[in-house]
Design a protein around this ligand. Structure first.
Ligand SMILES: Nc1nc2c(ncn2[C@@H]2O[C@H](COP(=O)(O)OP(=O)(O)O)[C@@H](O)[C@H]2O)c(=O)[nH]1
Ligand SMILES: [Mg+2]
Length: 298
């Protein structure tokens, strides 16, 4: 039934691609079949761009797209930062440029805000990324706000994680409370037109040195497209030397997330409350023994 759709998707038809993504957002049963039927090219690299809200991730991505298409590559951008929707660029004066890319044949941009039918946002992102891989883009960029768990999630999904910082990120860097050290393959110090950048870079490099990490730190002024080609070159050079265990690690993480989501979906809450009601009538009810038995009976 979906043969034509899959065929069109794999031949780069943008309408088919949009339809597949919408299916994933809305219909769990259909999307599972779809995902099982497509051919996913796992060699297509995923670049995660993360960092605090307002650090310039979208501006940077916008500029980076310009570099990527110069290399005649096809690029897809998935924006899972609900606080900065690409789609409303036209309404937010300073993001007007992004609109140009919507019309470019080698660029596809999609925003994700809500959790979809497959469960959590992370599982949905995994699935949509794989749809993009099936559509044979040369490169996939995922922009996501780095707060709490999010940034860790992106590192589990992306071949390369770019962490965007700004001169105001000094406190974060000194304490490294965000776990950014662990996930970054590349740091971008954006907004270098503002004071304080050099000091923060110094702290960052000292921190990296103390944990024996050699991660490039690149200065950028995204609004002026400064430092963008250097970022692109660094990404390309990281892509040329992938770590041998990375692919299996990423697949393992994705499989784990999918398994967890599947298990959660299988828990029947109606049955759970019915059985709880019965169990409560028995003397000596214990929630933990109940859960153990419920889990076995499923
Ligand atoms: N001064 C300065 N502002 C920037 C720079 N890059 C982005 N901005 C501005 O910072 C704001 C947030 O940018 P945005 O890309 O939406 O950040 P995001 O939330 O991380 O995606 C916007 O007003 C941008 O114009 C920069 O290099 N210097
Ligand atoms: Mg943004």
């Amino acid at each position: 039934m979906y043969e034509q759709l899959i065929h069109d998707l794999m031949h780069g038809n943008i309408k088919a691609l949009a339809r597949c993504i919408t299916l994933i957002e809305n219909e769990a049963a259909v999307s599972e079949k779809l995902l099982q039927s497509i051919q996913i090219n796992n060699q297509i690299p995923v670049i995660g761009i993360t960092g605090p809200p307002g650090s310039g991730k979208s501006t940077l991505t916008d500029a980076l797209i310009g570099e990527i298409i110069k290399e005649k590559k096809k690029v897809a951008v998935l924006c899972i930062d609900p606080s900065s929707p690409f789609h409303y660029g036209a309404l937010l004066g300073d993001r007007i440029r992004m609109r140009d890319w919507y019309l470019h044949p080698n660029v596809y941009i999609r925003s994700l805000a809500a959790r979809g039918a497959l469960g959590g946002l992370h599982v949905q992102t995994i699935a949509i990324t794989d749809i993009l891989k099936a559509a044979n883009f040369d490169l996939i960029i995922i922009e996501t706000v780095g707060v709490g768990q999010n940034e860790i999630d992106i590192a589990r999904l992306a071949d390369i994680t770019v962490v965007v910082l700004v001169p105001e990120s000094g406190d974060d860097i000194q304490t490294m409370k965000n776990g950014l050290m662990e996930i970054a393959n590349l740091f971008v110090m954006n907004k270098c037109d503002r004071p304080g950048a050099e000091k923060v870079i110094y702290f960052l490099q000292q921190n990296l040195h103390s944990v024996h990490k050699n991660i490039p730190v690149i200065k950028a002024i995204a609004i002026q497209k400064e430092g963008i080609s250097e970022i692109n070159e660094n990404i390309n050079s990281l892509l040329r030397s992938p770590s041998p265990s990375k692919q299996i690690d990423l697949l393992k993480e994705k499989a784990y997330q999918l398994l967890v989501a599947q298990k959660i979906r299988r828990i029947d809450k109606t049955r759970l409350s019915q059985e709880l009601e019965t169990a409560l009538k028995q003397p000596g009810f214990n929630l933990y023994r109940f859960v153990k038995i419920f889990n076995k009976e499923k």
